[in-house]
Design a protein around this ligand. Structure first.
Ligand code: BG6
Length: 510
């Protein structure tokens, strides 16, 4: 079995041929991410010959229409130059299966359809079911797959697996219910809960940076680190009809419960006992289990800021406020920005705050982690601060993927003046090629049966248990901390600055 942290991509074995069945085949995710990812894997020669893709959706359309729609989108979004020579044979293996998600008969005919495809292809009838529909259909789809016997491998040598897209629940209770529905249908080893941040090259590199270098790990603890910041900033608002979903989610559910807590786990975890999927996930889940829970609305008010954007301007263009966006109720109190001060109550991190912030309609799109080291002793060069900056290690998740280490240096000249300088590593200049898209890596791993980069059941539930406490404080009408505002195009509300300022810290300027 392949392991993402152990195997060079070039030494990875290609997965066995399989059929990928996508529920929600006419949706944006399929068009913009999943099919282009499979196409790019084909261009790179990562997929075995004889892969099939079945799109399952309600709308009436022919194979040809479906293929043409996918081709047009692939031309626009593909990471690699789309070529007819690759697309033509690739698209002949794309099939459309029309059925409603609630239509029992549609799953029996899917079973028949799969048998026909597999007979033509030959070899093992492996199947990978991808739940990319609206989340309310996840459980019905699982039930119908079970009733049609599709959850079991078609023969003793093959496999049947499921990938579940986000959102994986909206709170602990719904995540548990979904986990139970999944567990009734597929083994945990065949279950792949997507968090596409784990598929990002830079997120995978956090472990390599920490555990393949001797110089960081001895400093990676409360004796040397003052605090850690994780920032995810987006310039987009509610374009493309996202408002309907987003208003029921908000920044905390949409990005913190999953992506940002995953990044936090990778930064804060202990070295795993080995690089197996469970070795890595055990280490990550221990971080989540050590998060200090918020126990009262007052506690939440002290450590969590929520805010919503008003109208403003981004890169010279005027943009509407959240309440004026498409599909947003005019009295919505959903947060589009959240900042948190978290503590991990374990031996390594006792006393070190982790600051996390996420916001829509901020000045630019960027995700990064910065590790802020303690200042050196106030003697010799440090009687007066060099320029007031501590050493910082910045891990740029996206864009401009790379790392930067900020250190203090002497300015050339006879007098002793010091300045903070940066040692910078950029993926594109060092490796000269673009990283694969997260979905490419994750699809390939699911086909290879490697769950290292997917969330495990206990990980998802532990993260929800933590997030639920914040939501219940927000729902407590008598003590709920207020939803503040920030103008679109700014770096968020002043309350988020205060969160750090009260301890003489500032958010890193991205
Ligand atoms: C999704 C969220 O999971 O991640 C979106 O639902 C967000 O709101 C997106 O914009 C960000 O992903 P990326 O890869 O563009 O950072």
């Amino acid at each position: 079995m392949n392991n993402p942290f152990r195997d060079e991509p070039s030494t990875r074995q290609r997965p066995e041929p399989c059929t990928v069945v996508i529920f929600g085949a006419t949706g944006d995710l399929t068009h913009r991410k999943l099919v282009p990812a499979l196409y790019n894997l084909t261009v790179d020669g990562e997929l075995p010959p004889g892969m099939d893709i079945v799109g399952f959706a309600r709308r009436d359309k022919s194979n040809d229409t479906f293929r043409e729609e996918l081709r047009e989108m692939n031309q626009r979004v593909s990471r690699q130059n789309p070529s007819d020579n690759v697309w033509e044979p690739f698209s002949r293996q794309i099939h459309y299966h029309r059925s409603g998600f609630d239509d029992e008969e549609g799953y029996h005919s899917l079973a028949e359809h799969l048998r026909e495809i597999e007979q033509i292809r030959g070899g093992c009838p492996n199947r990978l079911f991808y739940l990319a529909s609206a989340p309310e259909y996840f459980e019905p789809i699982l039930g119908h797959l079970r009733n049609a016997g599709l959850h079991q491998p078609a023969d003793p040598t093959s496999w049947s697996r499921v990938i579940v897209e986000k959102p994986f629940g909206t709170d602990l209770a719904s995540a548990r219910a979904l986990n139970q529905a999944v567990a009734r249908t597929f083994h945990e080893r065949d279950t792949f809960r997507i968090d596409h941040y784990l598929g990002k090259e830079t997120a995978q590199n956090i472990m390599v940076l920490r555990f393949a270098n001797a110089i960081f790990e001895p400093l990676w603890k409360n004796t040397h680190i003052d605090h850690v910041q994780i920032t995810c900033s987006e310039d987009l608002g509610m374009e493309g009809g996202r408002g309907g979903y987003y208003d029921t989610a908000g920044a905390l559910r949409d990005m913190v419960q999953n992506h940002l807590l995953q990044l936090l786990s990778l930064v804060a975890m202990e070295p795993p006992v080995d690089l197996s999927a469970d070795g890595v996930r055990d280490a990550k889940v221990n971080v989540l289990r050590s998060l200090r829970p918020f126990n009262s609305p007052q506690d939440v008010a002290r450590h969590v800021v929520r805010s919503q954007y008003t109208g403003g301007s981004i890169l010279g263009s005027d943009v509407p406020g959240y309440l004026e966006e498409d599909r947003i109720p005019s009295d919505s109190t959903t947060e589009t920005y959240v900042a948190l001060e978290l503590f991990i109550d374990n031996w390594r991190w006792a006393g070190v705050p982790f600051y996390i912030r996420m916001g829509k309609r901020l000045p630019k799109k960027a995700t990064e982690i910065s590790v802020h080291f303690k200042k050196p002793p106030g003697v010799l060069f440090n009687r007066q601060d060099a320029d007031g900056r501590e050493n910082e290690l910045v891990i740029r998740i996206q864009p401009d993927e790379g790392h930067a280490l900020r250190i203090t240096s002497k300015l050339p000249g006879a007098s002793l003046r010091m300045e903070s300088v940066k040692m910078d590593f950029r993926y594109t200049s060092s490796f000269g090629k673009a990283s694969p898209e997260a979905y490419e890596r994750l699809l390939l791993d699911a086909m290879a049966g490697d769950a290292t980069l997917f969330a495990r059941r206990d990980e998802v539930e532990t993260a929800w248990a933590f997030i639920d406490k914040i939501h219940s404080a927000w729902n407590d009408t008598s003590h709920a901390p207020p939803v503040t505002n920030y103008p679109a195009g700014s770096w968020g509300p002043p309350e988020a600055d205060d969160l750090l300022a009260k301890h003489n810290r500032v958010w890193r300027r991205l």
